[in-house]
Design a protein around this ligand. Sequence first.
Ligand code: MLC
Ligand code: AMP
Length: 515
Amino acid sequence: MAELPSNAARQTDIWSLFRAACTATPDAPFLLLANGTVTTYAQAAARSAQIAHAFRNAGVRAGDRVAVQVEKSPTALLTWLAALQAGAVYLPLNTGYTIGELRYFLGDASPALVLCRTEDADAIAALCADLALPSVLTLDSDGTAGTLVEAAADQPSTFDHAASNPDDLAAILYTSGTTGRSKGAMLAHSNLASNALALRDYWRFTAADRLLHALPIFHTHGLFVATNITIAAGSAMIFLNRFDVDDLIRLMPRASVLMGVPTFYSRLLAHPGFTRDLASSMRLFVSGSAPLSAEVHKDFRARTGHAILERYGMTETNMSTSNPYEGERKPGSVGFPLPGVDLRIADPASSGLLPQGEIGVIEVKGPNVFGGYWQMPEKTAEEFRADGFFITGDLGFIDAQGYVHIVGRAKDLIIAGGFNIYPAEVEAALDEIPGIAESAVIGVPHADLGEAVVGVVKASDPGVDEAIVRAALADRLARFKQPRKVVFVDELPRNTMGKVQKALLRETYANLFAN
Ligand code: MLC
Ligand code: AMP
């Protein structure tokens, strides 16, 4: 694809990039399914235009939010392209969220349309009626049936793209907060397009690439990093509905790039069929969303000859750093700030800048960084410095060669298999269970997920056991947030200020999942 002029990244949007690829090579594959089905760029443009009409007919106007909680399928992905065409603000939701969790997101974002799984239609319709939200459409798990498919079927296959400004919102992604409510990160077209172009060039994507896509499409990694780079390069994705290590092994010989969370890589390494030969068509393995252990990095290199390229990002910032494509990919490091991104290390207490080598909080600024949290100006103000740097809450340092290293988090956050869990939210749910006096939620090392959630609980009723806790949380919290183990204690350890000593708890239960 033709190079865009250097400042074009700020001017363009993902739909324009898609249209450019489609004009250049309409018959090139966009989505390749395991069963051999191919969706070309032209077909994806036509189907997403029909969906954009269905959105419009359902009452969606430019600037309206479209909330989407459906299983991953080609049609589900096309709803992203449809929202872009309609000028709507895309609001993808983790498929694990319960109705209780959805109530907050939908109430906060007041979408003009909610697209949900067919089997959830009644519950979502009731919730929407309760929240006075106007419109619900459905999609089944393989994306071939549902009221969305019916509504799109007879529609025209072109859509008059609602022109957008670079600063207009393209998407809102909710991220949990250390305290209190989840926050909707507002991402503008320019945030997404500039990052897609920067990464396409940094990682040398071309139209010849085949990206093995096994990530969910409701988060930054699978929806924006993987999909938007593919679009920016005019390349194709081998599109899997979920991660399954056997599928990855089977399809890898057809692929050139894999993007995954560290669990993908540890599961691949644990598979006897994963060999240097199998990876011979691959040019790039990218890891992110959680720390990749130096050990997995080294074992992977020994097995395949490939150095996994680790990068660092966040919902609020898209991608901020990356190890180099050429040059050393350092195990345990997330590489250099991407072109156009400024990154610095500050003292978390004083906010003063720290010299090279010292550990502090990572702050970033650039075209990748979001505009703020939906309807939360105070929260937004708290997380930006006066000079426009966003305070990530991640702790790190920059080494003598300029590589960024992440060493921990200033925020109380657990990352399990690439999903974020804020202990405060789980503690609040535990504390509401009758018979529980108080709780502390920690993350402890877990070979498969990196970290796993553990609830340390002081019961006021000796009859409360783990099964009761599990049952009480089932409808309350998404499965990935629920503690993998609940430990009962007589007292939670507290310091002289009365604060629960989580570091001590993490130490005490560090081997809970050791084999
Ligand atoms: C699944 N389960 C999890 C879990 N994933 N529990 C905790 N943490 C997780 N991440 C639950 C399931 O509900 C199930 O519960 C049980 O664990 C076993 O499931 P599984 O079959 O082993 O899991 P699997 O479906 O294989 O999922 C594991 C995974 C998946 C790693 C493939 O979690 C995944 O796709 N993670 C990617 C997350 C991601 O895309 N993050 C990007 C965020 S964007 P039960 O009770 O039913 O047995 C971001 C910015 C950036 O962070 O920088 O990229
Ligand atoms: P999310 O809020 O889901 O976007 O998660 C973003 C968080 O994931 C960051 O703030 C980091 O804590 C973490 N993260 C992302 N990439 C990496 C990485 N390569 N190494 C360590 N942590 C990472």
